[in-house]
Write a protein that binds this ligand. Structure first.
Ligand SMILES: *Cc1c(COP(=O)(O)O)cnc(C)c1O
Length: 374
C-alpha cells in the first residue's frame, strides 16, 4: 500500500486532506512576501550574540532556565518603554508568537470549545486553533459603519454575541490588511465575552503615531492578552522569539501546557543580546515605515487601490487577476504574497532599493494588469 495512504488513514479525521502552511521560500533577488525586516542584524549585535552563545555553549550539558527569568525581565523592560509598565511575571514567551498562540489555545481552547476571528486576518490563527481540536468560526470584517477592512465595535460585538466563543482573536495592526484597531473595539469585545481575548500586535512597532496598544488595557482585565514578536520590527525572525503580556495569573497558567525547557539556552542568549541592543535593532523601523508610505502613494498614483497601513506591508487591490500579477512580478525577480483575496496582493516594505525594484516591476505591468474595480 502507498505509504501516503497508510499515513493518511492514521491521521486525525480533521487533519486529512489538509495542506500545511507554506509561504513560498524562493531564492529571489527581492523577497517581499513574509513581512520580515530586510535589513541584516547590525555587526555590533552579531558580536554580542556570538559572545553570548559562546558563553552559553559550555553550559549546554544542562537544561536551560525553564522559567527564562532574565529574558522575561528584558521583555518586560522593553514593553515598559512604551509608557505602560509591564512586569516580568506578566510576560510569557515561546519559539515565535505562533508557539505562544499555541500555548493559549492548548490552555483555553480544546475539543468542545470555539475560537472566533475576523477574516481576512492572520492565516495561522485558524490553523493553530484547529490543530488543538478547537472549533474555528470565521467572523467578518467591514461592518455597516466600518471601512472596507475595518472592524467596528457594534459589528464585532454582534458576532461575539452570536457565536459565544471561548477565545476571540483580534489582530492590530491586522495582517494582511495593515489596519489598526481602535481600543474601543477591544474593550467592547472584552466586555461582550466571558472568554479570552487575544490581541495579536505582531506589527505594533510600525503603527503610525497615535495608534494605541492594547497593553494600556491590561490592568484589571485578566481575560485579555497582547501578543508580540521579535520577528518583524525587531529583525529577528530567524531567532524564533515571540511573547505575550497578560495578567500574571494567566501567564502562570501557560506553564501547564508548555513542554519543559521549551526555550533553548541559545534562543534565550540570542534574544537577550538583541534586547540589550533594542535601539539599534529598531533603527530601521523608520526607514521601513517611510517605504510603506511611499508604496501607498505610488500605488495610488498608478491607479491601484492600496489599503492604508499601520504595518510593514501594504495590501493593494485593483488587479484584474492577482495571481497573474504575482507570477509576472516573480518573473521579474520580485516575490510578493498572494493572500487569496481576489484582485489583491500584499507586499512587504523593504529597503528603499527593494521598494524601487517592486514599484518599477509593477509599473511596467500596470497597463495590462489593472482591472476589476475593488
Ligand atoms: C508574522 C506574524 C506573527 C509572527 O509569528 P512569529 O511566530 O512570532 O514569527 C504573528 N502574528 C501575525 C499577525 C503575524 O503576521
Amino acid at each position: 500500500m502507498d505509504p501516503r495512504a497508510v499515513v493518511e488513514s492514521m491521521l486525525r479525521p480533521d487533519l486529512r486532506g489538509r495542506t500545511a502552511y507554506g509561504a513560498p521560500q524562493l531564492d529571489v533577488p527581492v523577497a517581499l512576501n513574509t513581512n520580515e525586516n530586510s535589513y541584516p542584524v547590525p555587526d555590533a549585535v552579531v558580536a554580542a550574540m556570538t559572545r553570548a552563545v559562546e558563553e552559553a555553549a559550555r553550559g549546554l550539558n544542562r537544561y536551560p532556565d525553564r522559567e527564562f527569568v532574565r529574558l522575561r525581565e528584558a521583555l518586560a523592560g522593553y514593553l515598559s518603554r512604551s509608557g505602560t509598565t509591564v512586569s516580568a511575571d506578566q510576560v510569557w514567551a515561546g519559539n515565535g508568537s505562533n508557539e505562544v498562540l499555541l500555548h493559549l489555545l492548548q490552555a483555553f481552547g480544546g475539543p468542545g470549545r470555539t475560537a472566533l476571528g475576523f477574516t481576512p486576518a492572520y492565516s495561522m490563527h485558524p490553523i493553530i486553533t484547529t490543530t488543538t481540536g478547537t472549533a474555528w468560526v470565521d467572523g467578518m470584517r467591514g461592518g455597516a459603519d466600518a471601512g472596507r477592512f475595518d472592524l467596528d465595535a457594534d459589528g464585532t460585538v454582534a458576532q461575539v454575541l452570536e457565536h459565544r466563543p471561548d477565545v476571540v482573536f483580534l489582530c492590530s495592526p491586522n495582517n494582511p490588511t495593515g489596519t489598526a484597531l481602535g481600543l474601543d473595539v477591544v474593550e467592547a469585545v472584552h466586555d461582550a465575552t466571558g472568554g479570552l481575548v487575544v490581541v495579536d500586535e505582531a506589527y505594533a512597532e510600525f503603527a503610525r503615531p497615535g495608534t494605541p496598544s492594547a497593553l494600556t488595557l491590561l490592568q484589571g482585565r485578566p481575560r485579555l492578552v497582547v501578543t508580540r514578536t521579535m520577528s518583524k520590527a525587531f529583525a529577528l525572525a530567524g531567532g524564533r522569539l515571540g511573547y505575550l503580556a497578560a495578567d500574571p495569573a494567566l501567564a502562570d497558567a501557560l506553564r501547564l501546557v508548555r513542554m519543559p525547557y521549551h526555550l533553548s539556552t541559545p534562543t534565550q542568549a540570542v534574544a537577550l543580546a538583541a534586547l540589550s541592543y533594542a535601539d539599534l535593532m529598531l533603527e530601521t523601523v523608520g526607514v521601513v515605515k517611510d517605504q510603506r508610505d511611499r508604496i501607498v502613494d505610488a500605488l495610488t498614483t498608478m491607479g491601484l487601490d492600496p489599503v492604508p497601513s499601520d504595518a510593514n506591508f501594504v495590501l493593494f487591490g485593483g488587479l484584474a487577476d492577482s495571481h497573474e500579477t504575482w507570477r509576472a512580478l516573480l518573473d521579474r525577480g520580485v516575490l510578493v504574497r498572494d493572500v487569496g483575496i481576489p484582485h489583491y496582493l500584499r507586499v512587504t516594505a523593504g529597503t528603499p532599493e527593494e521598494t524601487t525594484a517592486f514599484l518599477d516591476a509593477l509599473a511596467a505591468l500596470v497597463p495590462t494588469h489593472v482591472g476589476a474595480a475593488s
